[in-house]
Write a protein that binds this ligand. Sequence first.
Ligand code: ZN
Length: 445
Amino acid sequence: MKKALALSVILIVGCLALESKSAKGIVLIPPELEVAFGREVAREIEAKYGLLGNPELTVYVDSVGQRLVGVCDRQDIEYEFRILDEDKVNAFACPGGFVYVTTGILKIIDNEAELAGVLGHEIGHMVARHGVKRLQAQLGYSLLSHLLFGDDEGVRKIANITANLVFLGYGRENEFEADYLGTEYVYMAGYDPQGVIELLAKIKQLEGREPWAVEVLLRSHPPTSDRIQQVGQQIQEFPTLSGKETYTERFREAVGDLLVRLKPSPETVPTGILLEEDFDDGIAQGFGDEVGRWRVVDGRYTATTEIYRFSTFGDLRWKDYILEADFINARDGGLLARAQDHNNAVALIVRPTWNIIYWQIREEGRWGAWYEPKNLDHTPGEDLHVKVEVRGDELEAYVNGTLKTSLSWKGFPEGKIALYLSHQGGQYWDNVVVISSEGDGAGQH
Ligand code: ZN
Protein backbone atom coordinates (compact mmCIF):
# COMPACT_ATOMS: atom_id res chain seq x y z
CA MET A 1 0.00 0.00 0.00
CA LYS A 2 2.69 2.40 1.04
CA LYS A 3 4.75 1.50 -2.02
CA ALA A 4 1.84 2.14 -4.36
CA LEU A 5 1.29 5.55 -2.82
CA ALA A 6 4.93 6.49 -3.17
CA LEU A 7 4.83 5.44 -6.80
CA SER A 8 1.80 7.55 -7.58
CA VAL A 9 3.47 10.57 -6.02
CA ILE A 10 6.47 10.06 -8.25
CA LEU A 11 4.26 9.73 -11.32
CA ILE A 12 2.43 12.93 -10.52
CA VAL A 13 5.65 14.77 -9.83
CA GLY A 14 7.09 13.41 -13.06
CA CYS A 15 4.24 15.02 -14.98
CA LEU A 16 4.82 18.46 -13.57
CA ALA A 17 6.96 19.60 -16.45
CA LEU A 18 4.09 18.89 -18.82
CA GLU A 19 1.74 21.26 -17.02
CA SER A 20 -1.38 20.98 -19.08
CA LYS A 21 -2.81 23.91 -20.96
CA SER A 22 -6.13 22.09 -20.85
CA ALA A 23 -6.35 23.24 -17.24
CA LYS A 24 -7.91 26.38 -18.65
CA GLY A 25 -11.65 26.22 -19.09
CA ILE A 26 -12.12 22.95 -17.23
CA VAL A 27 -14.99 22.45 -14.80
CA LEU A 28 -13.56 22.84 -11.33
CA ILE A 29 -14.61 20.81 -8.32
CA PRO A 30 -17.10 22.74 -6.15
CA PRO A 31 -15.76 24.87 -3.27
CA GLU A 32 -17.26 22.62 -0.56
CA LEU A 33 -15.32 19.69 -1.93
CA GLU A 34 -12.19 21.79 -2.27
CA VAL A 35 -12.46 22.86 1.37
CA ALA A 36 -13.12 19.35 2.71
CA PHE A 37 -10.19 18.08 0.72
CA GLY A 38 -7.98 21.06 1.56
CA ARG A 39 -8.59 20.39 5.25
CA GLU A 40 -7.15 16.93 4.76
CA VAL A 41 -4.09 18.35 2.97
CA ALA A 42 -3.68 20.85 5.81
CA ARG A 43 -3.78 17.96 8.30
CA GLU A 44 -0.99 16.19 6.39
CA ILE A 45 1.17 19.30 6.39
CA GLU A 46 0.60 20.06 10.06
CA ALA A 47 1.40 16.45 10.95
CA LYS A 48 4.66 16.69 9.04
CA TYR A 49 5.91 20.02 10.41
CA GLY A 50 3.90 20.86 13.49
CA LEU A 51 2.19 24.16 14.23
CA LEU A 52 3.92 26.82 16.27
CA GLY A 53 2.37 26.77 19.74
CA ASN A 54 2.00 30.53 19.94
CA PRO A 55 -1.66 31.61 19.77
CA GLU A 56 -0.84 35.32 20.11
CA LEU A 57 1.46 35.37 17.08
CA THR A 58 -0.92 33.16 15.09
CA VAL A 59 -3.82 35.53 15.76
CA TYR A 60 -1.69 38.45 14.54
CA VAL A 61 -0.62 36.70 11.30
CA ASP A 62 -4.23 35.68 10.69
CA SER A 63 -5.42 39.28 11.24
CA VAL A 64 -3.04 40.54 8.53
CA GLY A 65 -4.24 37.75 6.24
CA GLN A 66 -7.90 38.60 6.85
CA ARG A 67 -7.25 42.24 5.98
CA LEU A 68 -6.06 41.08 2.55
CA VAL A 69 -8.89 38.58 2.22
CA GLY A 70 -11.26 41.51 2.64
CA VAL A 71 -10.12 42.95 -0.69
CA CYS A 72 -9.41 39.73 -2.61
CA ASP A 73 -11.30 38.38 -5.63
CA ARG A 74 -12.47 35.14 -4.13
CA GLN A 75 -15.01 35.15 -1.33
CA ASP A 76 -16.63 31.71 -1.67
CA ILE A 77 -14.29 30.11 0.86
CA GLU A 78 -12.99 31.04 4.31
CA TYR A 79 -9.29 31.62 4.78
CA GLU A 80 -7.08 30.57 7.67
CA PHE A 81 -3.49 31.62 8.25
CA ARG A 82 -1.26 29.44 10.38
CA ILE A 83 2.41 29.26 11.43
CA LEU A 84 4.54 26.14 11.04
CA ASP A 85 7.34 25.56 13.52
CA GLU A 86 9.98 25.29 10.82
CA ASP A 87 13.25 27.18 10.42
CA LYS A 88 13.38 27.03 6.61
CA VAL A 89 12.13 30.17 4.89
CA ASN A 90 8.87 29.14 3.28
CA ALA A 91 5.19 29.86 2.75
CA PHE A 92 2.49 28.04 0.84
CA ALA A 93 -1.22 27.67 0.22
CA CYS A 94 -3.28 24.47 0.26
CA PRO A 95 -6.55 24.24 -1.65
CA GLY A 96 -9.59 25.37 0.31
CA GLY A 97 -8.19 28.48 2.02
CA PHE A 98 -5.39 27.19 4.26
CA VAL A 99 -2.25 29.34 4.18
CA TYR A 100 0.99 28.59 6.01
CA VAL A 101 4.07 30.63 6.84
CA THR A 102 7.10 29.22 8.63
CA THR A 103 8.80 30.76 11.64
CA GLY A 104 11.84 30.95 9.31
CA ILE A 105 10.15 33.42 6.98
CA LEU A 106 8.74 35.44 9.89
CA LYS A 107 12.29 35.95 11.13
CA ILE A 108 13.40 37.69 7.94
CA ILE A 109 10.33 39.95 7.84
CA ASP A 110 10.65 43.47 9.26
CA ASN A 111 7.24 45.02 8.85
CA GLU A 112 3.59 44.28 8.23
CA ALA A 113 3.75 45.27 4.55
CA GLU A 114 6.33 42.53 3.93
CA LEU A 115 4.21 39.99 5.79
CA ALA A 116 1.24 41.12 3.69
CA GLY A 117 3.42 40.51 0.61
CA VAL A 118 3.92 36.87 1.60
CA LEU A 119 0.27 36.27 2.51
CA GLY A 120 -1.03 38.18 -0.55
CA HIS A 121 0.99 35.94 -2.87
CA GLU A 122 -0.49 32.83 -1.29
CA ILE A 123 -4.00 34.26 -1.42
CA GLY A 124 -3.28 34.91 -5.11
CA HIS A 125 -2.65 31.18 -5.65
CA MET A 126 -5.96 30.47 -3.93
CA VAL A 127 -7.94 33.04 -5.89
CA ALA A 128 -6.56 31.69 -9.16
CA ARG A 129 -7.14 28.14 -7.86
CA HIS A 130 -3.70 27.01 -8.99
CA GLY A 131 -3.63 23.96 -6.71
CA VAL A 132 -6.99 22.58 -7.72
CA LYS A 133 -6.43 23.33 -11.38
CA ARG A 134 -3.19 21.47 -11.45
CA LEU A 135 -4.50 18.52 -9.55
CA GLN A 136 -7.46 18.28 -11.91
CA ALA A 137 -5.30 18.73 -14.97
CA GLN A 138 -3.21 15.80 -13.89
CA LEU A 139 -5.79 13.41 -12.50
CA GLY A 140 -8.77 14.50 -14.57
CA TYR A 141 -12.03 15.74 -13.15
CA SER A 142 -13.73 12.36 -13.02
CA LEU A 143 -10.90 10.52 -11.28
CA LEU A 144 -10.42 13.37 -8.82
CA SER A 145 -14.10 13.70 -7.93
CA HIS A 146 -14.44 9.92 -7.82
CA LEU A 147 -11.61 9.73 -5.31
CA LEU A 148 -12.87 12.67 -3.29
CA PHE A 149 -16.49 11.53 -3.25
CA GLY A 150 -15.38 7.99 -2.51
CA ASP A 151 -14.14 6.59 0.77
CA ASP A 152 -11.82 8.32 3.23
CA GLU A 153 -8.94 6.28 1.88
CA GLY A 154 -9.29 8.01 -1.49
CA VAL A 155 -9.33 11.45 0.08
CA ARG A 156 -6.27 10.64 2.17
CA LYS A 157 -4.41 9.37 -0.85
CA ILE A 158 -5.06 12.53 -2.84
CA ALA A 159 -4.31 14.69 0.18
CA ASN A 160 -0.91 13.09 0.47
CA ILE A 161 -0.16 13.65 -3.21
CA THR A 162 -1.34 17.25 -2.98
CA ALA A 163 0.79 17.96 0.09
CA ASN A 164 3.79 16.96 -1.99
CA LEU A 165 2.65 19.10 -4.91
CA VAL A 166 2.17 22.10 -2.65
CA PHE A 167 5.75 21.74 -1.41
CA LEU A 168 7.08 21.69 -4.95
CA GLY A 169 5.56 25.03 -5.85
CA TYR A 170 3.82 26.04 -9.02
CA GLY A 171 5.03 26.88 -12.48
CA ARG A 172 6.43 30.14 -13.76
CA GLU A 173 3.14 31.58 -14.99
CA ASN A 174 1.31 30.68 -11.80
CA GLU A 175 3.96 32.32 -9.63
CA PHE A 176 3.85 35.52 -11.67
CA GLU A 177 0.06 35.51 -11.48
CA ALA A 178 0.14 35.01 -7.70
CA ASP A 179 2.65 37.87 -7.38
CA TYR A 180 0.44 40.10 -9.49
CA LEU A 181 -2.75 39.36 -7.56
CA GLY A 182 -0.96 39.48 -4.21
CA THR A 183 0.58 42.88 -4.93
CA GLU A 184 -2.86 44.22 -5.93
CA TYR A 185 -4.32 43.03 -2.62
CA VAL A 186 -1.40 44.43 -0.62
CA TYR A 187 -1.97 47.81 -2.25
CA MET A 188 -5.77 47.74 -1.92
CA ALA A 189 -5.53 46.77 1.75
CA GLY A 190 -3.55 49.95 2.44
CA TYR A 191 -0.02 48.56 2.60
CA ASP A 192 3.07 50.01 0.99
CA PRO A 193 3.58 47.60 -1.96
CA GLN A 194 7.32 48.23 -1.74
CA GLY A 195 7.12 45.68 1.07
CA VAL A 196 6.58 42.96 -1.55
CA ILE A 197 9.85 43.93 -3.24
CA GLU A 198 11.77 44.24 0.02
CA LEU A 199 10.70 40.74 0.98
CA LEU A 200 11.62 39.27 -2.42
CA ALA A 201 14.97 41.04 -2.18
CA LYS A 202 15.65 39.39 1.17
CA ILE A 203 14.84 36.00 -0.30
CA LYS A 204 17.15 36.73 -3.23
CA GLN A 205 19.92 37.71 -0.87
CA LEU A 206 19.40 34.58 1.23
CA GLU A 207 19.56 32.44 -1.91
CA GLY A 208 23.04 33.74 -2.50
CA ARG A 209 24.25 33.73 1.07
CA GLU A 210 22.49 30.84 2.80
CA PRO A 211 20.81 28.79 0.07
CA TRP A 212 20.12 25.93 2.47
CA ALA A 213 17.87 28.24 4.49
CA VAL A 214 15.44 28.86 1.63
CA GLU A 215 12.97 26.08 0.94
CA VAL A 216 12.90 24.66 -2.56
CA LEU A 217 9.49 26.21 -3.21
CA LEU A 218 10.88 29.72 -3.00
CA ARG A 219 14.06 28.83 -4.86
CA SER A 220 12.19 27.31 -7.78
CA HIS A 221 11.39 29.11 -11.00
CA PRO A 222 10.83 31.86 -11.91
CA PRO A 223 14.08 33.52 -10.79
CA THR A 224 13.52 35.89 -7.88
CA SER A 225 15.11 38.76 -9.81
CA ASP A 226 12.43 38.38 -12.51
CA ARG A 227 9.74 38.46 -9.86
CA ILE A 228 11.24 41.63 -8.34
CA GLN A 229 11.25 43.24 -11.78
CA GLN A 230 7.62 42.35 -12.49
CA VAL A 231 6.38 43.61 -9.14
CA GLY A 232 8.45 46.77 -9.58
CA GLN A 233 6.73 47.52 -12.89
CA GLN A 234 3.33 46.83 -11.37
CA ILE A 235 3.97 49.23 -8.49
CA GLN A 236 4.87 52.01 -10.92
CA GLU A 237 1.40 51.73 -12.42
CA PHE A 238 -0.39 52.31 -9.12
CA PRO A 239 -1.98 55.78 -9.10
CA THR A 240 -0.40 56.87 -5.78
CA LEU A 241 1.54 55.45 -2.88
CA SER A 242 0.56 58.20 -0.47
CA GLY A 243 -1.18 56.89 2.62
CA LYS A 244 0.19 53.39 2.04
CA GLU A 245 1.95 52.16 5.17
CA THR A 246 4.57 49.59 6.16
CA TYR A 247 3.18 49.36 9.71
CA THR A 248 6.65 48.70 11.05
CA GLU A 249 5.86 49.68 14.63
CA ARG A 250 2.70 47.59 14.72
CA PHE A 251 4.63 44.60 13.38
CA ARG A 252 7.36 45.04 15.96
CA GLU A 253 4.88 45.37 18.77
CA ALA A 254 3.06 42.25 17.67
CA VAL A 255 5.95 39.94 16.91
CA GLY A 256 9.24 41.59 17.92
CA ASP A 257 9.67 39.97 21.30
CA LEU A 258 8.02 36.75 20.25
CA LEU A 259 10.45 36.33 17.39
CA VAL A 260 13.50 37.04 19.50
CA ARG A 261 12.51 33.99 21.53
CA LEU A 262 12.53 31.96 18.32
CA LYS A 263 16.22 32.59 17.70
CA PRO A 264 17.93 29.77 15.85
CA SER A 265 20.65 27.73 17.51
CA PRO A 266 24.05 29.42 17.95
CA GLU A 267 25.99 26.97 15.74
CA THR A 268 24.45 28.62 12.66
CA VAL A 269 26.10 32.02 13.35
CA PRO A 270 27.41 33.14 9.98
CA THR A 271 31.06 33.93 9.27
CA GLY A 272 32.82 35.77 6.45
CA ILE A 273 31.04 38.50 4.52
CA LEU A 274 27.78 39.29 6.28
CA LEU A 275 26.67 42.07 3.98
CA GLU A 276 27.77 43.78 0.78
CA GLU A 277 25.24 46.34 -0.41
CA ASP A 278 25.76 49.15 -2.92
CA PHE A 279 22.00 49.70 -3.52
CA ASP A 280 22.69 49.90 -7.28
CA ASP A 281 19.79 47.56 -8.06
CA GLY A 282 17.47 50.10 -6.45
CA ILE A 283 16.77 47.84 -3.51
CA ALA A 284 17.86 47.99 0.13
CA GLN A 285 18.23 44.27 0.46
CA GLY A 286 17.58 43.01 3.93
CA PHE A 287 17.44 46.42 5.54
CA GLY A 288 14.29 46.97 7.55
CA ASP A 289 12.69 50.23 8.60
CA GLU A 290 12.86 50.61 12.32
CA VAL A 291 11.91 54.22 12.65
CA GLY A 292 11.01 56.42 9.73
CA ARG A 293 10.97 55.47 6.10
CA TRP A 294 14.03 54.71 4.01
CA ARG A 295 14.36 54.71 0.25
CA VAL A 296 17.01 53.89 -2.32
CA VAL A 297 17.48 57.03 -4.41
CA ASP A 298 19.85 56.83 -7.37
CA GLY A 299 21.61 53.85 -5.85
CA ARG A 300 22.08 55.52 -2.46
CA TYR A 301 20.21 54.79 0.72
CA THR A 302 18.39 57.64 2.41
CA ALA A 303 15.62 58.47 4.84
CA THR A 304 12.56 60.34 3.67
CA THR A 305 10.55 61.33 6.73
CA GLU A 306 10.83 64.16 9.21
CA ILE A 307 11.98 62.29 12.31
CA TYR A 308 15.26 60.70 13.34
CA ARG A 309 15.58 57.39 11.56
CA PHE A 310 17.23 54.01 11.88
CA SER A 311 17.31 51.18 9.43
CA THR A 312 18.59 47.90 10.81
CA PHE A 313 20.14 44.94 9.09
CA GLY A 314 21.32 41.54 10.13
CA ASP A 315 21.29 39.13 12.95
CA LEU A 316 21.03 39.61 16.69
CA ARG A 317 23.81 37.04 17.09
CA TRP A 318 26.49 39.03 15.26
CA LYS A 319 29.46 39.34 17.56
CA ASP A 320 32.76 40.64 16.19
CA TYR A 321 32.75 42.44 12.88
CA ILE A 322 33.98 45.29 10.75
CA LEU A 323 31.29 47.62 9.45
CA GLU A 324 32.16 50.08 6.68
CA ALA A 325 30.01 52.55 4.77
CA ASP A 326 30.20 55.74 2.74
CA PHE A 327 28.42 58.69 4.29
CA ILE A 328 27.58 60.89 1.29
CA ASN A 329 26.95 64.63 1.75
CA ALA A 330 27.48 63.98 5.47
CA ARG A 331 25.84 66.33 7.96
CA ASP A 332 24.44 64.39 10.91
CA GLY A 333 24.21 60.64 11.08
CA GLY A 334 25.84 57.53 12.42
CA LEU A 335 26.22 53.80 12.56
CA LEU A 336 24.67 51.65 15.23
CA ALA A 337 26.93 48.77 16.18
CA ARG A 338 25.34 45.84 17.99
CA ALA A 339 21.78 47.08 17.88
CA GLN A 340 19.20 44.93 19.65
CA ASP A 341 16.52 47.03 18.01
CA HIS A 342 16.14 50.74 17.34
CA ASN A 343 15.71 51.43 21.05
CA ASN A 344 18.79 49.62 22.36
CA ALA A 345 22.21 49.91 20.77
CA VAL A 346 25.78 51.14 20.88
CA ALA A 347 26.00 54.00 18.40
CA LEU A 348 28.75 55.96 16.69
CA ILE A 349 27.45 59.45 16.00
CA VAL A 350 29.14 61.44 13.21
CA ARG A 351 28.30 65.16 13.14
CA PRO A 352 30.25 67.24 10.62
CA THR A 353 27.74 70.05 11.28
CA TRP A 354 29.01 70.26 14.89
CA ASN A 355 32.55 69.13 13.94
CA ILE A 356 32.34 66.20 16.36
CA ILE A 357 32.32 62.39 16.52
CA TYR A 358 31.40 60.43 19.65
CA TRP A 359 29.84 57.26 21.03
CA GLN A 360 26.42 57.14 22.59
CA ILE A 361 24.40 54.34 24.13
CA ARG A 362 20.73 54.12 23.40
CA GLU A 363 18.75 52.24 26.05
CA GLU A 364 15.00 51.81 26.22
CA GLY A 365 14.61 54.42 23.51
CA ARG A 366 16.69 57.08 25.30
CA TRP A 367 20.07 58.44 24.37
CA GLY A 368 22.65 58.43 27.19
CA ALA A 369 25.79 60.51 27.75
CA TRP A 370 28.40 61.15 25.04
CA TYR A 371 31.52 59.01 25.26
CA GLU A 372 34.99 59.82 23.89
CA PRO A 373 33.91 62.87 21.84
CA LYS A 374 36.61 63.99 19.38
CA ASN A 375 36.97 66.69 16.76
CA LEU A 376 35.88 65.42 13.40
CA ASP A 377 37.70 68.04 11.29
CA HIS A 378 35.48 67.63 8.26
CA THR A 379 33.27 70.08 6.45
CA PRO A 380 29.50 69.54 6.45
CA GLY A 381 28.41 68.11 3.11
CA GLU A 382 31.72 66.33 2.54
CA ASP A 383 31.63 62.60 1.75
CA LEU A 384 33.09 60.43 4.52
CA HIS A 385 34.17 56.81 4.63
CA VAL A 386 33.24 55.52 8.09
CA LYS A 387 34.47 52.24 9.57
CA VAL A 388 33.59 50.66 12.91
CA GLU A 389 35.54 47.67 14.21
CA VAL A 390 33.79 45.72 16.93
CA ARG A 391 35.75 43.09 18.89
CA GLY A 392 34.46 41.87 22.22
CA ASP A 393 33.97 44.93 24.44
CA GLU A 394 36.17 47.12 22.24
CA LEU A 395 34.87 49.43 19.53
CA GLU A 396 37.01 51.56 17.24
CA ALA A 397 35.84 54.19 14.75
CA TYR A 398 37.80 55.27 11.68
CA VAL A 399 36.97 58.15 9.35
CA ASN A 400 38.67 58.19 5.94
CA GLY A 401 41.20 55.66 7.25
CA THR A 402 42.16 57.51 10.45
CA LEU A 403 41.31 56.21 13.93
CA LYS A 404 39.10 58.89 15.45
CA THR A 405 37.65 57.50 18.67
CA SER A 406 37.34 54.22 20.57
CA LEU A 407 35.09 52.91 23.30
CA SER A 408 35.13 50.01 25.73
CA TRP A 409 31.58 48.92 26.45
CA LYS A 410 30.28 45.72 28.05
CA GLY A 411 26.59 46.13 27.21
CA PHE A 412 25.10 44.50 24.11
CA PRO A 413 27.74 41.79 23.53
CA GLU A 414 25.94 40.78 20.30
CA GLY A 415 23.56 42.46 17.88
CA LYS A 416 22.76 43.66 14.39
CA ILE A 417 23.84 46.88 12.68
CA ALA A 418 21.85 49.98 11.82
CA LEU A 419 22.23 53.11 9.74
CA TYR A 420 21.15 56.38 11.29
CA LEU A 421 20.38 59.81 9.81
CA SER A 422 19.07 63.00 11.39
CA HIS A 423 16.36 65.11 9.81
CA GLN A 424 18.85 67.05 7.68
CA GLY A 425 18.15 66.33 4.04
CA GLY A 426 20.44 65.50 1.15
CA GLN A 427 22.58 62.96 2.96
CA TYR A 428 22.88 59.28 2.10
CA TRP A 429 24.47 56.00 3.05
CA ASP A 430 26.12 53.98 0.32
CA ASN A 431 28.39 50.93 -0.15
CA VAL A 432 27.70 49.23 3.18
CA VAL A 433 29.94 46.25 3.93
CA VAL A 434 29.95 44.07 7.04
CA ILE A 435 32.65 41.43 7.46
CA SER A 436 32.69 39.01 10.35
CA SER A 437 36.02 39.03 12.17
CA GLU A 438 35.09 36.07 14.37
CA GLY A 439 37.37 33.04 14.58
CA ASP A 440 39.89 32.36 11.85
CA GLY A 441 37.50 33.14 9.02
CA ALA A 442 37.38 29.56 7.76
CA GLY A 443 33.80 30.23 6.76
CA GLN A 444 32.50 26.69 7.20
CA HIS A 445 28.74 26.60 7.58
ZN1 ZN B 1 3.87 30.80 -5.07
